[in-house]
Ligand binder design. Structure first.
Ligand code: 5RP
Length: 228
């Protein structure tokens, strides 16, 4: 009798990163997200770099990885639209609503997602949740508004903390700070995103409901499951 070892989370990420290649349109520019799952996708994308024009990237980190693999990177202002944007998520529900920003790239991710006709989310199965809200919600904020925004979240039952890196507030690619908010109940992701986006000082809230996933490739013990 043969027994198979369950795939590690890293292997599940590699599986969906590879599977995402089928959504890349030859001859076009592809939108590329940020994170450890997307890194697997970028590595896989290198195998077809001769078939695409290049990529629009959602972070300095992804740009560096793409360029190191010889994939041309275009500025978002150089493209009018993209067929596909491929990115990971910290949480995704059955409707394709996501929480993103664990890698602090949520603002550029939302911008590139807005350019794309299709958002393909790639994630291991631990990211699929019945309802959003367990993962601390990332919110990119203008630093001078952080305390005020934290008080507004407190009024909703949330606890916001400024994300740190090396003992200092983390500074995003856009020069701003990130609040991570726990204790929220996000029952209506669309309304929640619209509401928080309007608070003065909020740059981007990490709920992706208006720019939700069209397709999710989920890495599971049984292989890649496609949710759409
Ligand atoms: C970065 C993101 C990532 O997509 C999200 O954090 C998932 O990352 P990973 O694939 O490393 O689990 O939103 O801002």
């Amino acid at each position: 009798m043969t027994t198979s070892t369950p795939l590690t989370q890293d292997e599940l990420k590699a599986l969906v990163g590879q599977a995402a290649l089928q959504y890349v349109v030859p001859g076009e520019i592809v939108g590329v997200g940020t994170g450890s799952t997307v890194n697997k996708f970028i590595d896989a994308l290198a195998s077809m770099k001769g078939d695409i024009k290049g990529a629009v990237s959602s972070s300095v980190a992804s740009t560096e990885r793409l360029k190191a693999l010889g994939i041309p990177v275009f500025d978002a202002n150089e493209v009018e639209s993209l067929s596909v944007y491929i990115d990971g998520a910290d949480e995704i529900d059955g409707q394709g609503h996501m929480v993103k920003g664990g890698g602090a790239a949520l603002t550029r991710e939302k911008i590139v997602a807005a350019l794309a006709g299709r958002f393909v989310c790639i994630a291991d199965e631990s990211k699929l949740v019945p309802a959003l809200g367990k993962f601390p919600l990332p919110v990119e904020v203008i630093p001078m508004a952080a305390a005020h925004i934290a008080r507004r979240f407190a009024a909703l039952g949330g606890k916001a903390t400024i994300r740190q890196k090396d003992g200092q507030p983390l500074v995003t690619d856009n020069g701003q700070h990130i609040l991570d908010v726990t204790g929220l109940s996000i029952t209506d992701p669309l309304a929640f995103e619209s509401d928080v986006n309007q608070w003065p000082g909020v740059v981007t809230v990490g709920v992706f409901a208006h720019q939700k996933a069209s397709v999710c490739l989920l890495g599971t013990a049984q292989g890649v499951k496609t949710l759409s």
